[in-house]
Design a protein around this ligand. Structure first.
Ligand code: NAD
Ligand code: ZN
Length: 405
């Protein structure tokens, strides 16, 4: 029988970001035991999101060095701190960068998912700002990243940032996608935009977030979904998820993308989603929206604090812009719903996994995403796939979950 590691520091492998834009370095780190309201989890798999790339490249605050990036993951509870009753040792959990404390004005309101009880705190744990990570060799502390830090075999996460996954349900690598990208995109279409049947939509950026938006809009009955991406290869995969038309910004014969969209839609799209993180594209998305009721939803995280430039007279004509973190979803409430929709074959997740590799290859995964060659690359921790007696549960034709080999 394995000896309990509870209340003891654990030494394990982590991919540490030490210098902006330089490859992550595999290091032996020490992960302290969880304090009150905290949970130490063993990561099974993690994936790379463009937000990790943005912070990996960022030289100044809010980026901090050294740090452990990563925020899309699935893990197993190794031990819990005082006061944790919601999850227990052995539970499968999905960490989420966005908290749901359940008690604050925002958590109690249907209008917000921005938990004010535990706001995002750069570098440390959300309640006290301190770190649970240090280099095993020197004891020097290592910063956390948006309350998750999943590029480590073990991490400590506040219980308010964890969602329990029912055993025997959604496979680990699919649950990992609900940790950020797919939830963000689908939520933005359903909750933030509340797209109506028959709508016209423009999706700027066809990465995993943009394609999850696409899927969400299709499920809401959007009629026309125009995808805009510098990489024409994204159109093929986009079509499978609902893209009906494609615009390559470099192939518009000198016209702006918004001019093309206005022509295609007879005045502008009903909903425009920015899923890149570029402020000029955010302004272009806004210009592509219809006067009267056009709504632009900003999901992209830009790498600086540059303002978006929007003519005030266009706002007077009834257009609006709204931003959203995690697609307006509340993690503990909504992730189980999405997981069930996957099992019921109502939500597509498999198309989002274009690559799978081992933890030691994490820098290859980083290159693939920066070069636009993958949607999501699932990074498996050593032996996790084999050890975790993964009884894969795949949806059956009749929509009920069944066991597969
Ligand atoms: P990704 O890198 O997989 O996809 C981005 C896509 O945009 C790529 O296909 C790329 O070719 C395309 N692109 C880049 N520049 C472009 C341009 N100027 N014009 C047209 N297309 C362009 O990224 P992702 O992981 O899908 O994330 C997308 C964005 O969403 C990022 O900014 C990320 O930080 C952000 N994000 C936000 C939230 C949130 O809660 N709001 C959650 C997750 C990710
Ligand atoms: Zn993310």
């Amino acid at each position: 029988m394995e000896q309990s590691t509870a209340k003891m520091p654990i030494r394990c492998k982590a991919a540490v970001s030490k210098v902006a834009g330089e490859p992550l370095e595999m290091e032996e780190v020490e992960v302290a035991p969880p304090r009150a309201h905290e949970v130490r989890i063993r990561i099974l798999c993690t994936s790379l999101c463009h937000t990790d790339v943005t912070f990996w490249r960022m030289k100044d605050l809010p980026a901090m060095y050294p740090s452990i990036l990563g925020h899309e993951a699935t893990g197993v509870v190794e031990s819990v701190g005082d006061g944790v009753v919601e999850v227990a040792v052995g539970d499968t959990v999905v960490p989420v960068f966005s908290a749901q404390c359940g008690d604050c004005a925002d958590c109690l309101s249907d209008r917000s998912n921005i938990c004010s009880g535990l706001p995002i705190r750069p570098g440390g744990m959300p309640r006290d700002g301190t770190s649970r990570f240090s280099f095993a060799s020197t004891g020097e502390p290592i910063h956390h990243f948006i309350s998750v830090s999943s590029f480590s075999e073990y991490t400590v996460v506040d219980v308010a940032h964890l969602v329990k996954i029912e055993p025997g349900g959604i496979p680990h690598e699919m649950a990992c996608l609900l940790s950020c990208c797919v939830s963000t995109g689908v939520g933005a279409a359903w909750k933030v935009a509340a797209v109506e049947p028959g709508s016209s939509v423009a999706v700027f950026g066809l990465g995993a977030v943009g394609l999850a938006v696409t899927q969400g809009c299709r499920m809401r009955g959007a009629k026309r979904i125009i995808g805009i991406d510098l990489n024409p290869e994204k159109f093929e995969i986009g079509k499978k998820l609902g893209i009906t038309d494609f615009i390559d910004p470099n192939g518009t014969d000198g016209r702006t993308v918004s001019e093309v969209i206005k022509e295609m839609t007879g005045g502008g799209a009903d909903y425009c989603f920015e899923c890149i993180g570029s402020t000029p594209v955010m302004a272009e998305a806004f210009k592509s929206s219809r006067k009267g009721w056009g709504k632009t939803i900003v999901l992209g995280v830009s790498n600086d604090v540059a303002p978006i430039s929007i003519p005030s007279h266009d706002i007077l004509r009834g257009r609006s812009v709204v931003g959203s973190l995690f697609g307006g979803l509340k993690p503990k409430t909504d992730i189980p719903v999405l997981a069930q929709m996957y099992l019921d074959k109502e939500l597509e997740l498999e198309e989002f996994v274009t690559h799978e590799m081992g933890f030691n290859e994490i820098n290859t995964a980083l290159e693939l995403l920066t070069q636009g060659k993958c949607l999501r690359c699932i990074i498996w921790m050593d032996g996790a796939r084999e050890k975790e007696n993964v009884v894969k549960v795949k949806p059956k034709e009749n929509g009920r979950a069944c066991e597969a080999a």
